[in-house]
Design a protein. Structure first.
Length: 178
């Protein structure tokens, strides 16, 4: 037989002739796997959660979702229900879960892996939101640097939401065959 047709056991080094019974080494009984197949499965599992490229289309969709959700809940809801007053620090506290849900929504509906797009979109929404809430604060006041910190916290929660949305969309990881 040709040496290329033999399968070498990684445990004992014995040259087995295929086909192997139950993928076991004839000499020592250790499980012998095809290394090319195992590496391609491993690469597929590693590639499963990797972001491939920045999608301008999903950035635009993320920006629209974040803008509409933030505008509706932080600015629009107090107009409809006057008892709610999301000015100053209360507006920033409401914005963080809104951005988390926006990241989760984008992660759920987007094909492929889109982690960066909602984060970039919420950055562009957080800056004017924090600026607007800082300028309009009357009773519920906070120093300016706290608006920056709350915006960064909102961006962090957006990344967590986008990651969770992608994980939910992809489903559980495939079982490894052993």
């Amino acid at each position: 037989m040709n040496k290329a047709e033999k399968v070498i056991c990684s445990s004992c080094g014995f040259a087995n002739t295929p086909p192997l019974v139950k993928n076991r080494c004839v000499s020592c009984g250790a499980k012998v796997e095809d290394l090319k197949r195992a590496s391609s499965q491993r690469e597929e599992l590693e590639r499963r959660y990797r972001h491939e490229r920045f999608s301008v289309m999903w950035f635009g969709i993320s920006l629209a979702i974040m803008t509409v959700m933030t505008g509706a809940l932080v600015l629009g809801l107090p107009i409809v229900v006057p008892m709610l007053d999301f000015e100053g620090s209360a507006g920033m506290l409401v914005s963080i879960p809104v951005w988390f849900l926006g990241g989760l929504l984008v992660g759920l509906i987007s094909p492929g892996r889109t982690y960066v797009e909602p984060i970039a979109a919420v950055f562009l929404v957080a800056v004017p939101t924090a600026f607007l809430l800082y300028l309009n604060q009357t009773v519920k006041t906070m120093p300016g640097f706290m608006y920056v910190l709350m915006s960064v916290l909102g961006i962090l929660f957006t990344s967590i939401g986008a990651y969770l949305g992608e994980r939910i969309q992809l489903g559980p990881p495939p079982k490894t065959s052993e």
